[in-house]
Design a protein around this ligand. Structure first.
Ligand SMILES: [Zn+2]
Ligand SMILES: [Zn+2]
Length: 387
């Protein structure tokens, strides 16, 4: 069974929605126009319930099947937010907002889930309930977490959840997925060393924070090379090294390091946090300064459930003929919070030979729409077959 004919018919209409969203990108929780369009369309499709303001600017739509005797409720989730990037695609529908761009394809995700919602509202060829979830602030704002914190899963009795992301470099409309840990936990740290500033020609009268900071940058690399089991993955990157002096002849009183940690298991996450604090405490003690380490936990590891992943693979094969095993991704994904609350699966759909996501020349590939929409619809119709 290839893509559904109905989505071939709807492709031009869904493409027009996508390009309108592309032209009007909104960042983080500021998806006011996008959310309003989504809610308006869901109402027009005849959804049984449309609720705005879940997770600030998130939108939820409910579509009941011809029957609901199975008692099953499936959540399908798309993200709506753009990135603070200056678009350089030269498209005739390029961003009209300077410094904002749909550079991750969330315009395509929103349009595809709207397309699926339109089809499912028309046909209702399933026994159960579909909850379509449109979240703001995937790009670092935790919009998915806020929707969960607003009680979304309980309010609509969602039992399992599915998500999808386009993937440049994969043939357009093909699928890839993996079971278990898939996207990394994304944490941040701030390290503040304090010593005793002074004249650079009199180092013996100072406690040099640049030496402490430099030791820390090097020593933090031993978390990956000496503390982590070599078969596990961990990334520790120091990305900023700022001293409290800009002069050539001053030893600064303070040094501030910033960076990110990526891990794929709770154990490795705990280990990295503990070692960062231990290493920095040791360095400060060794050189006679003090240190404060602030470790901020961001998105958790995104873990696909085995059963739902196997099912997602079967559906992807039915739509596209094949489904590859995806590699591990050390980037983060806000859908992790929904997968912490309910079993489910997150799949990649090929975007063809385009620039990578988050690049100013990236664009979502509208040719992926029939496959993406078909996967959504088949998830519903096969998981909750019509009575
Ligand atoms: Zn992104
Ligand atoms: Zn994205």
């Amino acid at each position: 069974m290839p893509v559904k004919n109905r989505f071939a018919e709807l492709q031009d209409e869904i493409t027009a929605w996508r390009r309108d969203l592309h032209e009007n990108p909104e960042i983080l929780f500021e998806t006011h126009r996008t959310s309003a369009i989504v809610a308006e369309k869901l109402e027009a499709f005849g959804c049984d319930e449309v609720v705005t303001g879940i997770g600030r600017t998130g939108v939820v739509g409910v579509i009941k099947g011809k029957t609901t005797g199975s008692g099953k409720v499936i959540g399908l989730r798309a993200d709506m937010d753009a990135l603070p990037i200056h678009e350089q695609t030269g498209l005739d529908y390029a961003s009209k907002t300077d410094g904002a761009m749909h550079a991750c394809g969330h315009d395509g995700h929103t349009a595809m889930l709207l397309g699926a919602a339109k089809y499912l509202s028309e046909t209702r060829n399933f026994d159960g309930t579909v909850v379509v979830i449109f979240q703001p602030a995937e790009e670092g704002g935790g919009g998915g977490k806020e929707m969960c914190d607003d009680g979304m899963m309980e309010r609509w009795g969602i039992q399992e959840v599915y998500g999808m992301h386009n993937w440049p470099g994969k043939p357009v409309g093909s699928f890839a997925i993996r079971s278990g840990p898939f996207f990394a936990a994304t944490d941040q740290f701030d390290i503040h060393f304090e010593g005793k500033g002074g004249h650079a020609a009199k180092p013996h009268e100072t406690i040099d924070t640049t030496v402490m900071g430099a030791q820390a940058v090097t020593a933090l690399q031993t978390i990956a090379s000496r503390n982590a089991d070599p078969i596990d993955q961990v990334v520790v990157s120091v990305t900023s090294f700022e001293t409290s002096s800009k002069a050539f002849n001053v030893i600064p009183q303070k040094v501030h390091l910033k960076g990110t940690v990526r891990t794929l298991s709770p154990e490795m996450r705990d280990l990295a946090e503990g070692r960062i604090k231990g290493i920095c405490d040791g360095i400060a003690a060794t050189f006679g300064g003090t240190v404060e380490v602030i470790y901020h936990r961001g998105y958790p590891v995104m873990v696909n459930s085995d059963e739902q992943t196997d099912f997602a693979v079967d559906v992807a094969k039915a739509v596209s003929g094949d489904c590859e095993e995806a590699p591990l991704v050390m980037g983060g994904e806000d859908f992790a919070f929904m997968l912490e609350e309910r079993p489910g699966a997150y799949i990649l759909v090929g975007n063809g030979d385009t620039a990578m996501v988050h690049h100013p020349e990236y664009n979502f590939n509208d040719e992926a729409i029939p496959a993406g929409c078909s996967w959504w619809a088949e998830i519903v119709e096969q998981r909750m077959p019509a009575a």
